[in-house]
Design a protein. Structure first.
Length: 174
């Protein structure tokens, strides 16, 4: 029963730590929103030109035509600014989660005597790293991803070796 509880609490720690870190990032470093750039307001202001005597179909055709024309002008510039800000955010998000995930894995090594806490902390660190890679994949330079991925992979392998050596020492004592 104790092993089952260790697994349950380890998974719970991993999930909750992962959620808390993501919420913390969103609180202190919010994701850019389209509304922040006024693209939606620009679109609504531009598209509010249907007259009362138009049918719904005529109005939709007019709005579609306007949207096509605007894509090459003001709307495109607005969306380009938003996409640039989103790319910067995604790259920074990748770096933040990689660092926090790295720290979580290191902290888990110091908690090894409490296996469920250590496992939950390590798993949440790995999940943060993977999630950060997914979010920042397109926005982050391949060389940066490679170096960070290599450092984290070496660290995880090293810690796995350390854990296995500790486990073998404990097994021989018994």
């Amino acid at each position: 029963m104790a092993r089952v509880m260790n697994v349950v609490f380890g998974i719970g720690i991993a999930v909750m730590l992962f959620i808390v870190v993501l919420l913390g990032i969103n609180v202190f470093y919010p994701r850019p929103q389209v509304e922040d750039f006024g693209c939606d307001e620009l679109r609504v202001a531009k598209l509010a030109s249907c007259s009362e005597n138009m049918t719904v179909g005529e109005c939709e055709r007019l709005r579609t035509q306007q949207m096509i024309e605007e894509e090459s002008g003001e709307m495109k510039e607005c969306w380009d600014r938003f996409e640039d800000a989103r790319d910067i955010y995604n790259k920074n998000f990748f770096l933040i989660t990689a660092i926090l995930g790295f720290i979580a894995i290191i902290v888990s090594m110091f908690l090894f005597s409490m296996i469920n806490i250590a496992a939950g902390t390590a798993f949440s660190g790995l999940a943060l790293i993977v999630f950060g890679f997914m979010i920042g994949w397109e926005a982050t330079n391949d060389a940066v991803k490679f170096v960070i991925g290599l450092v984290i992979a070496v660290m995880v392998i090293y810690f796995a070796v350390v854990i296995n050596k500790r486990y073998e020492k404990n097994k021989k004592r018994k």
